[in-house]
Design a binder for this molecule. Structure first.
Ligand SMILES: C[S@@+](CC[C@H](N)C(=O)[O-])C[C@H]1O[C@@H](n2cnc3c(N)ncnc32)[C@H](O)[C@@H]1O
Length: 418
């Protein structure tokens, strides 16, 4: 069997038995999250002297938390306002006594609601298709919580409550909990589904309080995270990350356009609506490949051109999704490359996927794009993703130790700027 030395399947990166929800990493689910152990180990092995980390697709801030725990300052960017909010709360130290004051206040408030009649009802918001996704009683209790949160005067605590509220919204909605895309539960299930909204909210708050306490106990340095809204495809503002300023990049980018892979905007829609975060519902449109090109671009990459040609022969429309995504992906990598210091490491954690039965080797494409921007490839580590809720990714070929074609794999592509 052919062994490709710089591309290795390494089970020690699977972290199958590890708890991935420690400290603030337990705060909120999100599609295609990086696991803290992967971010942490990359930093331990490649970021010993790093002072500044950049995650251009920071999502909920998994890597930012791990960087801060190691005394590394972090910059994170994402186009999804919900993700940015979660990342902000996960990386902020909020004294536990302050959280407890508001938590007790909330519990008293819930007690009053449950056992006394409210004189006036809350202001009920009105979103498109709201009654389709939420039962009437659920909407009433969500509106009550929303009002409580609006009256919190401490901004950090307000955000802390908002993300517990966000997960509550999803859990009490009529969408299937096991799926990231919005899909309504069956009619029979709807009739029987009567969640205790206030109790769900209390449970989320208690869980996150525990996570914050753990974080406060283990974070023993002054490092900070700064989280911004910008799209790495267009430009990385110099003010935020000047050229040659970043010591290490650890990130997991989207691995395809949001229409056909992970729809981050769709996942976040209810939360964004209730929290007033993305009124125009623009996340998926702004995602890489979100604006569909209608021209047949030739890439400066043999791998992509071959893949594109094969898909075009099978589906003349679908191929534009692939072209649009890689067009943006290439631009984004060019921008990211500029802010990295010479000698610094970039770790891109990517998944490969299939379109029309054709495997798209994202790891190879990532390597090639970076090599065109003055990087050398050090290693690609292949890990199994135990979480089967992840969209299926394809198995690699010709790699020692990789046998099961139905398993999900993730590729950690490590590069160095020269
Ligand atoms: C795989 S997720 C990152 C998950 C993250 N590592 C975590 O653990 O939560 C990819 C993220 O990229 C964001 N994204 C997509 N296109 C983007 C773009 N053009 N610029 C910045 N962020 C983008 C999505 O909103 C999503 O949050």
């Amino acid at each position: 069997m052919e062994i490709i030395t710089e591309k290795i399947r390494d089970e020690s990166w699977d972290f199958k038995k590890d708890n991935t929800k420690k400290y603030t990493q337990c705060f909120h689910i999100y599609p295609a999250m990086m696991i803290p152990q992967v971010a942490g180990r990359i930093l331990d092995e490649y970021g010993k002297d790093a002072k500044l980390l950049f995650d251009p697709f920071c999502g909920t801030g998994t890597t930012l938390v791990e960087a801060n725990l190691r005394g590394i300052d972090a910059i994170g960017t994402d186009i999804n306002p919900l993700a940015r909010l979660i990342a902000k709360v996960k990386t902020k130290l909020i004294p536990i006594e302050i959280i407890d004051n508001y938590l007790n206040e909330f519990k008293n408030f819930v007690f009053l609601i449950k056992f006394r009649n409210l004189k006036t009802g809350p202001k009920i918001p009105n979103f498109k298709n709201m009654d389709y996704w939420f039962k009437k009683e659920t909407i009433y209790f969500l509106a009550i919580i929303k009002e409580f949160i609006e009256n919190i005067d401490n901004i950090d605590v307000k955000d802390f409550f908002k993300i517990a509220f966000s997960e509550t919204i999803r859990e009490v909605s009529l969408t299937k909990n096991g799926e990231f895309k919005l899909c309504r539960i069956s009619k029979e299930k709807i009739d029987k589904f009567n969640p205790d909204v206030l109790e769900v909210m209390i449970q989320k708050l208690e869980r996150n309080r525990k996570g914050m306490l753990e974080y406060l106990q283990i974070k023993k340095n002054n490092s900070k995270s700064s989280i911004y809204d910008f799209n790495s495809v267009h430009l990385i503002p110099r003010k935020i990350a000047p050229e040659n300023s970043v010591d290490i990049v650890v990130t997991s980018p989207p691995y395809g356009d949001s229409r056909t892979t992970v729809a981050y905007g769709q996942f976040s829609r209810f939360s964004n609506q209730w929290l007033g975060l993305d009124d125009n519902n623009e996340v998926d449109k702004n995602s890489m490949g979100g604006v569909r090109r209608k021209d047949y671009v030739k890439f400066d990459s043999k791998i992509i051109n071959e893949v594109v040609e094969k898909i075009r022969n099978l589906d003349k429309e679908r191929v534009y999704d692939v072209i649009s995504f890689y067009f943006d992906y290439g631009k984004s990598i060019k921008n990211i490359s500029k802010v990295v210091k010479k000698g610094a490491i970039v770790a891109f954690v990517v998944g490969n996927r299939r379109v029309k039965g054709i495997t798209i080797p994202n790891d190879e494409i990532t390597k090639e794009f970076f090599e065109r921007n003055n990087f050398i490839h050090l290693k690609t580590i292949i890990r199994d993703i135990p979480n089967k809720r992840m969209p299926k990714r394809n198995s690699p070929t010709n790699i020692q130790g990789v046998t099961d074609s139905t398993m999900n794999y993730e590729y950690i592509v490590i590069l160095k700027k020269i």
